[in-house]
Ligand binder design. Structure first.
Ligand code: NAD
Ligand code: ZN
Length: 376
């Protein structure tokens, strides 16, 4: 069994991300290295627990009884009420300051369990076991936790790094195809912003990747983890470099918001956002035409996307301005000067943003959308 160990630096100390197929078999030993805990509590969703418990029982026995805290991980349940009910469930189970919370799930479970771990008794130890591609390459690393408010996504939260992240590719076996493909949008993003070789690998091997070929996952997932780890180790609180991880996300978040988070998976909106960001880069003389066409071709190999919304560029721009990442209403875009590099800019003229949005919204309603969802 090949295990890759990647270190992440955070203000609270270093932690490891262990990646590999079957690594959960040795997880109990890795967790024991963190110290002694008075009790171990798993936080997951009924759906994820059903799909993964056979693999996860090496860490958390499946008969953990009252130490198993399940909640519905649909995005609308990622809220304060769920966090409160998990905290109460922990209290009833006798969790104390020396307890450990193990989050088993995708980004929703990780964000909520992370927020609970940060808040319960002012902070208890946290281990992530991510079960979606998005969670394995992105959300479990970097310490961002949080919940949504009716007013917007992720508006309440904390930076709370885990003590350990266990990324076992076996867990992806039960992941629905649409979830896997949308996670690949984040993988493509890493190639565009930081690693030309990764991008070329995807160009050469997309069919294998879509089949979840073991060797492909063995290469891709640790590479993405490594990129994210390097970026957040330099800039944990997103004061500079970490912004590049938002490539494609200014458009993506706006698409999700104008469709009220119902039409697109996050990765699907990001996939469309990657194309829009490449076009925008070209319009301001930053991204070469050849790179734009490579990005568009690669993203299109993920499948077709839900039909784009019937909204005007102005509505999209308003959504972008209200994104919590825009500073004083100023729009910031991450652009790629060439595949493998990215930097952010707040000087893109609004007339250019509007004309790209015009073209992009039209394509997203026609050529890019076909069946109404990504299909295999
Ligand atoms: N904290 C961060 O840095 C960060 C980064 C990116 C995204 N996020 C957050 O992550 C969330 C999205 O996470 P996601 O894309 O992982 O999706 P998700 O957590 O919504 O999971 C997607 C679906 O897959 C199911 N599922 C999960 N693992 C499974 C498995 N192994 N087998 C079968 N089914 C499985 C879930 O029950 C769910 O229905 C959003 O709320 C987003 O805001 C956070
Ligand atoms: Zn994302």
């Amino acid at each position: 069994m090949k295990v890759k160990r990647i270190q992440v630096k955070s203000a609270a100390g270093k932690y490891s991300v262990l990646c590999g197929t079957g690594i959960l078999r040795n997880a109990a030993r890795e967790i024991a290295k963190l110290g002694k805990f008075s009790s171990v509590h798993a936080v997951s969703s009924p759906k994820v627990w059903r799909a993964t418990k056979k693999i996860v029982t090496c860490v958390v026995p499946h008969n953990v009884g009252r130490n198993l805290h399940l909640f519905n991980d649909a995005e609308p349940k990622k809220n304060m009420r769920t966090a409160e009910s998990l905290c109460r469930s922990l209290t009833r189970a006798g969790a104390d300051r020396k307890s450990l919370i193990v989050a088993v799930g995708g980004g929703v479970v990780g964000d909520v369990a992370g927020y609970v771990a940060a808040s319960y008794l002012r902070g208890v130890a946290l281990v992530h076991i991510p079960t979606t591609l998005v969670a394995q390459v992105d959300s479990s690393i970097g310490g961002k936790t949080g919940v949504n408010l009716p007013e917007g996504k992720n508006l309440v939260g904390a930076f709370y790094p885990p003590r350990l992240v266990l990324v076992d590719f076996d867990l992806l076996r039960t992941l629905p195809d649409r979830e896997f493909r949308s996670g690949l949008a984040e993988v493509i993003k890493y190639g565009i912003i930081a690693d030309q070789d990764l991008f070329e690998y995807l160009e050469r091997n997309m069919e294998k990747v879509l089949r979840r070929d073991r060797a492909a996952l063995d290469y891709l997932i640790p590479r993405c983890v490594q990129i994210k780890a390097e970026v957040v180790s330099c800039d944990e609180r997103e004061s500079g470099l970490r912004e590049i991880l938002n490539f494609g996300h200014t458009f993506g978040h706006a698409l999700e918001s104008v469709t009220r988070y119902r039409r697109f998976k996050h990765g699907e909106a990001v996939a469309l956002g990657l194309m829009a960001a490449a076009l925008l880069g070209h319009e301001v003389g930053f991204t070469a035409a050849d790179d734009v066409s490579r990005i568009v071709s690669l993203v299109r190999r993920l499948g077709t996307f839900p039909t784009g919304p019937r909204v005007t560029p102005k509505t999209m721009i308003a959504a972008m301005r209200s994104d919590k990442k825009s500073k004083a209403g100023k729009l910031r875009f991450v652009l790629s000067p060439r595949i493998g590099q990215a930097r952010s800019s707040d000087t893109v003229p609004m007339s250019v943003v509007e004309s790209v949005l015009n073209f992009f919204l039209r394509s997203a309603r026609q050529t890019l959308a076909a069946s109404g969802k990504l299909h295999g």
